[in-house]
Design a binder for this molecule. Structure first.
Ligand code: PMV
Length: 325
């Protein structure tokens, strides 16, 4: 009753922020992302009848503060397979956890794929993505590789998660400028809840999302980098604007974050095809064509305060691997 899965973080180009139904973790808006390679979570799930409760180890350390969320995710499998007992979950990230590098996306997508493998449930990818979405909204997208869309049907609160077909052979690079490795002060679920409750811009944020998704989807299918760049920066800055206007305002950036954004804009003005996006943390992700990745990485490395620069391509969806590989 054991299986191991590997999954990668994804970066949303059109972002999700807010919940339509927090009980079922239905996002308030759809989203479009790219799944990365290089950064990875590797998770082994072992269902063991000898355990009196679930156990969770991340990067070699037991995680009492995170076990509840992991257990709630495993509960989804226990609902499907009544006789299922407790599990030992051992997970390792090759990048900083909870600092805005989408570790919850790779973490929960690896967890559902490993749990499915361990229990031999044999669920299809769309169903695994739905289970991952219940655990972390963005994790649903990491079940698939490349360009991925989470579509929301607002009236029924149904979501559909699928790769954007036809975009598989557009190789983009993501150059990640790490500006801090500290865990963020306000997690995304708490940040979204505060934003919904207190930000005067929340309704406008939700209302604008459908149009952003349509523009981005068409531009991705047409390989129109400039349009993808414009709509992605717009979605990112709008997400931060609505969060900044919460009370108390959510500031996920530091000074280096802003300086990296300026550097990316300067490169773009000078003719390099590159744009930035920033999630609920201080890291800056510069998206560019692979031919320009070295130039973008070198510009970001020179920004004072940048701790590390990681270059990724587009990666595959969450998958089972041999336990000892
Ligand atoms: O998956 P969550 O619930 O941690 O939320 C992630 C939200 C953002 O990363 C900021 C945006 C997104 O769409 O990934």
């Amino acid at each position: 009753m054991k299986a191991t899965a590997v999954a990668h973080p994804n970066i949303a180009l059109v972002k999700y922020w807010g919940k339509l139904d927090s009980g079922r973790n239905v996002p308030a808006v759809g989203s479009i992302s790219i799944t990365l390679d290089t950064l990875a979570t590797r998770t082994t799930v072992t269902f063991d009848e000898g355990l009196a409760e679930d156990e969770f180890t991340l990067d070699g350390r037991s995680q009492p503060n995170r076990i509840d969320r992991v257990s709630r995710c495993l509960d989804l499998f226990r609902e499907l397979r009544q006789e299922t007992g407790f599990a030992r979950v051992v997970s390792d990230n090759n990048f900083p956890t909870a600092a805005g590098l989408a570790s919850s996306a790779s973490g929960f997508s690896a967890l559902v794929v490993a749990a499915d493998g361990a229990l031999r449930t044999g669920l299809d990818r769309a169903t695994l993505a739905q289970l991952a979405r219940r655990c972390s909204g963005s994790a649903a997208r990491s079940v698939f590789g490349g360009f991925v869309e989470l579509e929301l049907e607002r009236a029924t609160k149904n979501t559909t998660i699928r790769p954007i077909m036809g975009a598989e052979d557009w190789p983009l690079s993501a150059v990640v400028a790490v500006t801090s490795v500290a865990a963020k002060e306000v997690g995304s679920t708490a940040g979204m809840e505060l934003t919904e409750r207190t930000s005067p811009f929340y309704a406008a944020w939700v209302a604008g999302s459908e149009n952003d998704l349509t523009v981005a989807r068409q531009a991705i299918l047409g390989r129109d980098f400039e349009v993808v760049a414009d709509i992605s920066e717009h979605s990112c800055l709008k997400m931060h604007a609505v969060a900044l206007a919460a009370r108390p305002g959510l500031v996920y950036w530091n000074g280096t974050t802003v300086e990296c954004m300026r550097v990316v804009r300067r490169l773009r003005r000078a003719g390099t095809a590159v744009f930035f996006t920033v999630d609920a943390g201080p890291q800056v992700k510069a998206i560019c064509l692979p031919a320009d990745a070295a130039e973008v990485a070198s510009a970001l490395e020179q920004v004072p305060g940048v701790v590390d620069v990681l270059t990724c391509g587009l990666g595959a969806g969450a998958r089972l691997v041999a336990d000892d590989s």
